[in-house]
Design a protein around this ligand. Structure first.
Ligand code: AMP
Ligand code: GLY
Length: 423
């Protein structure tokens, strides 16, 4: 089988690594990929939003399966275009990817189908949003409707902050057209958990749970980022919580999408808050999380391609999911200054230390191959993942391995998985 993966971050590196282990896979291409992916796949210099070039490449190359890793091409309809060109593709079509592409859509869906989530209102102009805030209870959460690299959410503690937030999103358009509509929602407190699932339109099967660390700095300070590190499983995601989520969230979401004529096939990533009133949905994503994929996929024992094909063919009910009885921790090595302003182009040393080290993974996010070697090429540079028999061992292993690589302006959080100590 020939596989084409669309994307070029740590998540796509983890997907490529899982694909490489699958028995029927002969060759992997990745567009655009990165330096690490290039060691196990052939990178093709086509951007994830260049749909015509991607479909032409897939046709010419005889690709048997396309896997779309990133949100933008999914929301933009790449799956529909590939299918129209007769190419089998894993991921939701445009009318289903809206589950992630529009927060206003997903909130309305949850309200209509009584799926537990924070109470909210949607707004399409700043005047109405500002008027609503006069009567709101603080803190409130402002969310740009569209995709904003995980940065379009503002938690506002006062009326003043919220007014400024409405201006930032709707008037100054800091997140572009994503801010044409705004969701204002109730602030929830509790533990956050990410649960990634495969969906075939009818059946939903969850993978093991994970927890992300979205803020840039230790102690959950600083700005929201794409994610600075993850651990899996989450000790707070108990059997009882799982049972409630299955009944009130997972299957109802998949059924709701089907009832709306938006059959969802692909990955649904449930971002959950475990509140005092039970688990509630923070957000949906229509793809693997990054860096959730970097801790979940290495623990998966199934043949990933087989699972993806079962999703496409609507026979996911025939597959039993199997995960290693261990734990994994991923620490992101970033460029100092991320997510605002950072420099690129620094040589990365020590990458060869990972060779032959079982249970250790160095997933590339923002890296580039140059004549001098592999250099930094983004805000998030590498995802260092290690497994262990339990979370504490995995965490110690992951932090040890962060010392193996060096580059100028290397930055990481030192408290990934700190919550484990509270268990
Ligand atoms: P989202 O992109 O919707 O997951 O939001 C990014 C982050 O903002 C989440 O991971 C939470 O930490 C936080 N957040 C989002 N919505 C809420 C909410 N209603 N209450 C509290 N925190 C929230
Ligand atoms: N790590 C969060 C996300 O992928 O959206």
């Amino acid at each position: 089988m020939r596989i084409l993966i669309v994307g070029g971050g740590g998540r796509e590196h983890a997907i490529a690594m899982s694909a490489a282990k699958c028995s029927r896979v002969d060759k992997i291409y990745c567009a655009p990929g990165n330096a690490g992916i290039g060691q196990i796949a052939e990178c093709v210099p086509i951007g994830a939003m260049e749909f015509d070039k991607l479909t032409a490449f897939a046709k010419e190359t005889g690709i048997d399966l396309v896997i779309v890793g990133m949100d933008d091409p999914l929301v933009g309809g790449l799956v529909d275009e590939m299918e129209a060109a007769g190419i089998r593709t894993f991921g939701p079509r445009k009318n289903a990817a809206v589950l992630e592409g529009s927060k206003a859509f997903s909130k309305d869906l949850m309200r209509k189908y009584k799926i537990p989530t924070a109470s909210y209102e949607n707004f399409d102009n700043a005047e109405d949003a500002l008027a609503y805030l006069e009567k709101a209870k603080f803190p409130v959460v402002l969310k740009a409707d569209g995709l904003a690299l995980g940065k379009g959410v503002l938690i506002c503690r006062s009326l003043e902050e919220a007014r400024a937030g409405v201006k930032t999103i709707m008037l100054d358009k800091q997140f572009g057209d994503a801010g044409n509509r705004l969701v204002i929602e109730e602030f929830m407190s509790g533990r956050e958990v990410s649960v990634l699932s495969f969906v075939d339109g009818k059946t939903v099967k969850t993978m093991t749970s994970a927890q992300d660390h979205k803020r840039a700095k230790d102690g959950d300070q600083g700005l929201n980022t794409g994610g600075m590190g993850t651990f899996s499983p989450s000790p707070f995601y108990t059997k009882e919580v799982d049972e409630v989520c299955r009944r009130t969230i997972y299957q109802p979401t998949v059924d709701a999408m089907a009832a709306e004529g938006r059959e969802f096939k692909g990955i649904i990533f449930f971002g959950l808050m475990l509140t005092e009133d039970g688990p509630k949905v923070l957000e949906y994503n229509a793809r693997f999380g990054d860096p959730e994929a970097q801790v979940v996929l290495p623990r998966m024992k199934n043949d990933m391609i087989e699972v993806m094909e079962a999703c496409i063919d609507g026979r996911l009910d025939e597959i039993d999911f199997r995960f290693e009885d261990n734990a994994a921790v991923c620490v992101v090595l970033a460029s100092d200054g991320y997510p605002v302003k950072y420099e690129k182009g620094y040589l990365i040393r020590g990458l060869d230390r990972f060779e032959g080290q079982e249970g250790y993974y160095c997933f590339h996010a923002g890296t580039k191959q140059t004549e001098e070697g592999i250099v930094t090429n983004g805000g998030r540079v590498l995802g260092i993942t290690a497994t262990g028999s339990d979370l504490k061992e995995a965490r110690a292993n992951a932090y040890r391995a962060t010392e193996w690589v060096e580059f100028d302006n290397k930055y990481m959080r030192h408290d990934i998985g700190k919550a484990i100590d509270e268990v």
